[in-house]
Design a protein around this ligand. Sequence first.
Ligand SMILES: [Zn+2]
Ligand SMILES: [Zn+2]
Length: 132
Amino acid sequence: MDTQRQHRLSRQRKVILQELCKVDTHPTADEVYDMVRRIIPRISLGTVYRNLELLCSQGLAQKVGQAGGQKRFDGAPQPHAHLRCRLCSRVVDVDYPEALPALPEALAKGFEVSACTLEFVGICPRCKAQMS
Ligand SMILES: [Zn+2]
Ligand SMILES: [Zn+2]
């Protein structure tokens, strides 16, 4: 890879992270793509997706809500819990007062555990209001 291309990639990645950190809505890759496109009009969805994955593997961002439907991305790298609505699938941060639960070593099956994701699933107030 030539240096000019490397430079372009790192700028793209920076913009993607910057846009992701501006919101707390845990956007999908498509939504991040729409935000980033306003700044880099010619960027492709594939590039956005690859860079999001890379940012997650570098620990600069994280994926949430994988258990239910579309993958969502979170610009907050520190561990925190989430609430997910099973009807509209929006994801909201939880200021969990306690440290996230740790897995006793006896149950870890030899894994060196470095993180724990905690997701509470239910129906959000907006959806609940629509039901009544
Ligand atoms: Zn909802
Ligand atoms: Zn979050």
